[in-house]
Design a protein around this ligand. Structure first.
Ligand SMILES: NC(=O)c1ccc[n+]([C@@H]2O[C@H](COP(=O)([O-])OP(=O)(O)OC[C@H]3O[C@@H](n4cnc5c(N)ncnc54)[C@H](OP(=O)(O)O)[C@@H]3O)[C@@H](O)[C@H]2O)c1
Length: 329
């Protein structure tokens, strides 16, 4: 079997995590690493035993697939450059800073006839399949909504997370997790994604910069309500609850830890509780596979993260940030 050769764009912590995840995955390896500073790429390559290093455009010709692992502000441009160079691309979340730039990336993928996948990594795991199966089984009846949040306490108040110029803030960094889950659950439940709206949003902003640090939002559509929350200054519950007419689906941890996917869901109907143990996978290896599969099949979208979900999530994040009135890019 020929190995899928990856280029990782960026030399930060998530570039390291992705490289470690692919190490040992049959049929994949990191062939090249790239940086805005080629010297930094070379030292990353030497440290991790990667053969090629350079500036972003230098490495695109030597690989079969690209992973964009840079700060949020550079995702869209790097994705478009990779697509124009003829490479499928897996892009760290958020795919782009707003709905218009998301459309620009998807248009570039469409015209290249190549896949682009937004890397909300929980989407590509057996856990997400278990949520979908639980809804599809009809056991909880018609889905009415969900509650989910993603929040952590950043160790310092500096760096990209707190820098408006690098599109920091809770919505950009982690709000997309519960928002994109609401989009998935809406789609699985037959709720038209175009109808999803931000009905209300609230939050606290960093006084000096206007950056959102902790925030809630209510998304609604056609009898469906999602209450979602995001924070970079407070650790929030990682639970996910999907509510139906006849019962509910609970997961104590909807997101898993850095590489390891979430491991269980419970389906509750009255006093009955059915616990479903879910196989645990490395979510970074799973998201890499989610790009490789459509690329190999000549398709442009990953089944688990269709473009319409990226578009809808981007539109909702735009509306969420606007409703907060904080710093927007
Ligand atoms: N999936 C997950 O579990 C997960 C977890 C954490 C983060 N993430 C996502 O992964 C991405 C990278 O996060 P990270 O924590 O790895 O970030 P990071 O370490 O702060 O930076 C990543 C890279 O961005 C580039 N960069 C840094 N500062 C920059 C600046 N001022 N201007 C332009 N480029 C700059 C650098 O790449 P160069 O060497 O090329 O300059 C750096 O290596 C983000 O999209 C984040 O949301 C995902």
């Amino acid at each position: 079997m020929t190995s899928m050769r990856w280029a990782v764009l960026g030399t930060g912590q998530i570039a390291r995590t992705f490289h470690a995840a692919l190490d040992g995955v049959p049929g994949m390896h990191v062939q090249a690493v790239a940086s805005s500073d080629p010297g930094r790429a070379r030292s990353f390559a030497d440290q991790h035993g990667i053969s090629e290093a350079g500036h972003y455009d230098d490495v695109l010709g030597a690989v079969d697939a690209v992973y964009v692992a840079t700060v949020h502000t550079t995702h869209a441009d790097l994705a478009v450059r990779a697509l124009r160079a003829g490479r499928p691309v897996l892009v760290e979340k958020p795919l782009a800073l707003d709905a218009a730039s998301t459309d620009r990336v998807l248009a570039a993928a469409e015209s290249a006839g190549l896949p682009v996948v937004e890397a909300y990594k929980y989407r590509f795991t057996p856990f997400a399949e278990a949520l979908h199966a639980a809804i599809r089984s009809g056991g909880i009846g018609a889905v009415r909504g969900l509650r989910a949040g993603f929040g952590f306490t950043a160790p310092t108040r500096t760096g990209r997370l707190f820098d408006p110029a690098l599109a920091g803030g809770a919505v950009y960094d982690v709000g997309g997790y519960p928002a994109s889950l609401a989009v998935a659950v809406a789609r699985w439940s037959g709720v038209p994604l175009d109808a999803l709206r931000v009905a209300e949003a609230d939050g606290s902003l960093v006084r000096r910069t206007g950056l959102d640090k902790r925030t809630t939002a209510t998304l609604t559509a056609d009898g469906f309500t999602a209450r979602i929350e995001a924070a970079i200054t407070r650790t929030l519950s990682r639970s996910v609850v999907i509510e139906g007419e006849d019962g509910s689906i609970h997961a104590e941890d909807g997101w898993g830890s850095r590489g390891v996917s979430a491991r269980a869901v419970e389906i509750r109907r009255g006093s009955q509780v059915e616990r479903v143990e879910v196989p645990v996978v490395d979510a970074f290896a799973a998201e890499a596979q989610a790009l490789v599969d459509p690329a190999a099949a000549g398709r442009t979208e990953a089944d688990a993260m269709p473009w319409q979900d990226s578009r809808t999530t981007a539109r909702l994040l735009d509306a969420w940030r606007s409703a907060l009135g904080g710093t927007s890019r």
